[in-house]
Ligand binder design. Sequence first.
Ligand code: BTN
Length: 260
Amino acid sequence: MPLIDPVLLKTRLGNLAGRFDVDALDACDSTSSELLRRVGAPAGSVVVADRQSAGRGRRGRQWLSDPAASLTFSLLWRLPAGHRPGGLSLAVGVALLRALTRLGAAGVCLKWPNDVLLAGDGGFAKLAGILVELTSDRRGTQACIGIGINLATPAGEFAQPVAGLERAIAGGVERHALLAAILTALVEVLDTFTVDGFAALKTEWERGHAWQDRPVRLLADGEGERSGICRGVDADGALLLATAAGVERILAGDLSLRAA
Ligand code: BTN
């Protein structure tokens, strides 16, 4: 039996249970791949799996999930034709920050474009990753929102420090309560995003931004290093870096932000 029981999850979701159609699996290749194969699935469809054999991270990286130590799921959302999806992955970060803060987590913050970090004595460590995959046609945009959260600190070698939620919430959090809190925050944030776009969530993102108004060095793929003051993001979710030459808009890429 999968670790998530959809019936128990429904009770935790209360009034919002009707907004979701949750399928819990023991294992699959990737919850996002599985959801994307379900052509015509309605908005609010969720696939959650204990184990992924081919979990996908950003930029073709692998995302490992250990059933005892992680929560991995994907949610389908739809935006109407003409809606600009810029900033959607940042909006998802806001939902995670809201949910974890409501559960009592301390030290959770955001890194552009879509990492959720935990601040600690030794600096920042990655707590959760977000992978948003968009497909558009004349009816609008479909977003497959994949989220992986470390419940315990993963073992092994990683490109950056990693942390588990157990470090942010004393005693940890029951996984149904956690998933329900995240889905609740996601529906709130995505309803706002659908009507008003990322502009309505920008201030909240910046309040949670680990490098807001701080001097940073920005290391981007194939480009030189740039230094400046990180001025947050604009209404489309682009990162704003104030340099001697003016304010630069950083739109995409695999950026490494380092405190200057
Ligand atoms: C990142 O690189 O930081 C994003 C990681 C996103 C991982 C999640 S786990 C659930 C969903 N299914 C996947 O295959 N990937 C996403």
